[in-house]
Design a protein around this ligand. Structure first.
Ligand code: ADP
Ligand code: MG
Length: 254
């Protein structure tokens, strides 16, 4: 857990258009350790999604580098799984056909991968729903299906861009706790983007606080909660919870 598998060094990015330049990221530097759950918080429009797109390799950084240190010494970039705000399930496909979509597109429909998908459907209580259409499932079940579709490709690094923000508050509490519990069980390295401070404190091992646009790293706050059990809902009752929350709130205000 103590070696950074990913190190971002001075990552900067600007969007260019006919109306001029929008600087989104300004020399972002931080590391991510293997198996760590990092939350990135920052005001709306500051550049969080841009940062995640760069980490995912969907956008090239204009300046700066991302270093990779795999535990086995190889320099291969970790396989990345990406989950977005909307679950983007296709209504014309069954849940099963949706969760194997990534495998299908990548020509990876091998028996062992399909067995892995089936085991996730069983574990996540979706087996009975695999022939249903997305609209027949609750918001939480759809997010679970989206998670299975992401995990099917066996990513080493999970990138979550505000994956719960389309849900109403109560559903969001339950689904974020549920999904994060499932993700924790996989032991994967996670970068979660959120603007919800409570969500960040209850889920993350460490929080990176970004400034307004262009995003710079304002602070890194390691989170240590005294917990009876490891559920994110219980985390909200931990004695340190409010202290972290207020610390973040002050950072975001200033
Ligand atoms: P966040 O995810 O923190 O809300 P984004 O990374 O989506 O922020 O966007 C950062 C800034 O860059 C915003 O001001 C946004 O308007 C601008 N931006 C995002 N995408 C584009 C684009 N494709 N072209 C021009 N500007 C963009
Ligand atoms: Mg965004």
């Amino acid at each position: 857990m103590d070696k950074n598998i990913l190190e971002l060094k001075n990552i900067s990015y600007s969007y260019h258009s006919l109306h001029g330049e929008t600087r989104a990221l300004d020399r972002i530097t931080f590391g991510v350790r293997e198996g760590e759950f990092v939350a990135v918080v920052g005001p709306s429009g500051c550049g969080k999604s841009t940062l995640l797109s760069i980490i995912a390799g969907l956008l090239p950084a204009e300046e700066g580098t991302i270093l990779v240190n795999n535990p086995d010494g190889s320099l291969r970039y970790p396989r990345v799984g990406y989950m977005l705000q909307r679950e983007h399930l296709f209504e014309w496909r069954s849940i099963y056909k949706n969760v194997i979509l990534g495998l299908e597109i990548n020509h990876m429909l091998t028996p062992d991968r399909l067995e892995y998908v089936n085991s996730l459907l069983r574990d996540y209580d979706l087996e009975k729903f695999k022939d249903k259409r997305p609209s027949e499932l609750s918001g939480g079940m759809k997010q679970r299906a989206a998670l299975i579709r992401t995990l099917a490709l066996q990513p080493q690094l999970l990138l979550l861009d505000e994956p719960f923000s389309a849900l109403d508050y109560q559903t969001r509490l339950m689904v974020s706790a549920d999904i994060c519990h499932l993700i924790r069980r996989t032991g994967k390295t996670v970068i979660l983007i959120t603007h919800d401070l409570s969500e960040a404190v209850s889920l993350a091992d460490r929080i990176i606080v970004l400034s307004g646009r262009p995003a710079t790293v304002k602070r890194e706050i390691p989170i240590h909660l005294t917990l009876q059990d490891d559920s994110p809902l219980a985390a909200r009752n931990a004695p340190e919870f409010n202290e972290y929350f207020n610390q973040l709130w002050e950072e975001m205000k200033s």
